[in-house]
Design a protein around this ligand. Structure first.
Ligand code: SF4
Length: 352
């Protein structure tokens, strides 16, 4: 089988502007943003936004980037008063007009998306909106105290697509009341919404959240790490199979998270655990079709060697336990797509 070279555009330079919890009038069960923020920082001004962008653009190693995005992270942008949104966006506008920044991205809640609001964002160079959807199961949303319905997510997604925004969706696994059938329903509905990309986060119990109280009272039990990895692997397989990119799995490590983490499926390389699991599944599937008197020549992308082996060679150990480790020869191929395991040849063992 010929290896197909996957053409990947170079990633854009993303300049982050943090507006933690600003704009969000809710307190989801799992969220402790208010507590993490402590005494709220004074809101970032338009001039400060411009300074952040300028500083990033002037870093020598950033000069050659041709696709630059400014991302407003951490808040629910469209919940902010329009004047405040305008103030933040105005800090970026001169850079977009000068061609130094291509577009702006932001994240928000699905129930704060309106036609007029989207038109406003478009006029101010916003081209990517990420919605914190988390689940498309009303019962799960209600238990998680999200304060919006699945229909709000559907309406917001359709509106954003209609107005030519690129749509990102954030999902969670391990929410209260979220069983596998609920996850499956969410993924099936999500595929119909055709988002441009998805991020998936396992629910963690963090100090100061409503979930922390539930956890202490025995009302909530987090997913184990292996269950969370299995669920996210299943979701990634379904979503990528439908042509939807999964751009992140698991939360970014950071001192704030580590200090406040009480329980839950936390791993600093959660995404790699998921990718390793998916490669193991592919390898097992391929090897199942190899006759007992033969070995398989299988190939993976050059950069995937450690993912294929698994963290601390967990996949190799698993294949050994299954009696499969001597059933294949592994090759790496610089032209092969990431995350794929390809059967190149079946080699018959010569009889002595
Ligand atoms: S919408 Fe986001 S920021 Fe607001 S409470 Fe929920 S998780 Fe926290």
């Amino acid at each position: 089988m010929a290896a197909v070279k996957e053409k990947r555009p170079s990633p854009p330079l993303v300049i982050p502007v943090f507006i933690p919890h600003q704009g969000c009038p809710h307190t989801c069960l799992f969220c402790n943003q208010r507590r993490i923020s402590g005494v709220p920082d004074p809101p970032v001004t338009s001039a400060e936004v411009a300074d952040i962008v300028r500083t990033w653009l002037h870093r020598p190693w950033n000069r050659r980037r041709d696709r630059v995005q400014v991302a407003f992270y951490g808040g629910s942008f469209t919940c902010l008063p329009r004047q405040r949104q305008q103030e933040l966006l105005a800090g970026v506008a001169p850079f977009v007009e000068a061609g130094a920044v291509r577009e702006i991205r932001l994240s928000t809640r699905p129930d704060y998306i309106t036609g007029r609001g989207v038109a406003f964002l478009h006029r101010h160079h916003v081209r990517i909106v990420e919605l914190g959807v988390q689940s498309l199961d009303d019962d799960v949303l209600r238990r998680s105290r999200r304060g919006h319905s699945a229909q709000d997510c559907v309406n917001a997604s359709r509106l954003l697509k209609k107005e030519s925004m690129r749509l990102g969706i954030q999902l969670m696994v391990g929410l209260p009341g979220q069983h596998f059938s609920s996850l499956r329903g969410t993924v099936e509905q999500l595929v119909c919404l055709c988002p441009d990309f998805v991020r998936i986060y396992p629910v963690l119990v963090v100090a100061g959240s409503g979930l922390a109280q539930w956890y202490r009272q025995g009302k909530y039990r987090p997913l184990s790490l292996s269950k969370a990895v299995a669920q996210v692997a299943w979701m990634k397989k379904k979503l990528t199979g439908a042509g939807i990119r999964v751009v992140r799995m698991g939360l970014q490590a950071g001192p704030e998270l580590e200090e406040s983490l009480l329980a839950g499926p936390w791993h600093p390389a959660f995404g790699e655990l998921v990718n390793s699991r998916l490669m193991l599944q592919q390898a097992r599937h391929l090897l199942a079709s190899v006759p007992g008197d033969a070995r398989a020549l299988i190939s993976i992308a050059d950069q995937d060697l450690s993912v294929f082996q698994g963290i601390r060679r967990a996949n190799i150990e698993r294949l050994t336990t299954l009696g499969l480790s001597d059933r294949f020869i592994l090759r790496t191929d610089p032209g092969q797509g990431r995350g794929t395991v390809i059967l190149k040849e079946i080699i018959k063992e010569s009889k002595k």
